[in-house]
Design a protein around this ligand. Sequence first.
Ligand code: 13P
Length: 250
Amino acid sequence: MRQIIIAGNWKMHKTVAEAVSFVEELKQKNHGTEVEAVVCPTFTALAAVAEALKGSNIALGAQNMHWETQGAYTGEISPAMLKELGVKYVILGHSERRQFFGETDQGVNLKVKAALAFGLVPIVCVGETLEQREAGTTEEIVTLQTEGALKDLTPEQVAGLVIAYEPIWAIGTGRTASDEDAQQVNQSIRQVIAQRFGSAAAEAVRIQYGGSVKPGNARGLMSQPDIDGGLVGGASLKVEDFAGIIENCR
Ligand code: 13P
């Protein structure tokens, strides 16, 4: 059985004080153990949020990292630095990183390998643009992104990953993929993994859906057989909404 994982990607939102106050409030909601909850604050808030999460069952994630352990990379953060803070998950290859910061499948692959080497769990993001969906190339694009990001990994490594299918046209637009459309793409990702890494890895890997997930649509999405969680942007910024999503996935 794959445990549902709901991760809040706060993007470039919340000061340290706001981030800490959010998790203090979220902790009071005590969501049990059926759903794994993860918050992904900005780099500047990671240390304080790590401290605030101590003793809770909410995990900490980062939104990006460099693939090198250290070096002359101005402005970058290494996997070793995230590990030191108690970070468990790291979002890699988000479409905003690809769009605004030139990330490629090859770079994402380097990051995935580096994260695994440091015991961090990658949340690998894939997803098509509106043009690609309308052209009917969604599965082709998502397959290429998945194969590129997971290149040279072992089946055991792939089994432990989280993949997030996030159609770009659904991010921050209020336009969610239908349960059936999201299920279809998630299923195709699992099939690609089965072909490349075997059925055990495909059965174990958790595949989230992301793109305008809200308390009201979470249950329908998560009840699909190949949707194992959500990567949530806007609705993860309010405790009530984020806790509502978790509650509706139990
Ligand atoms: P929204 O939930 O705001 O659509 O964002 C999704 C997302 O990009 C999460 O990584």
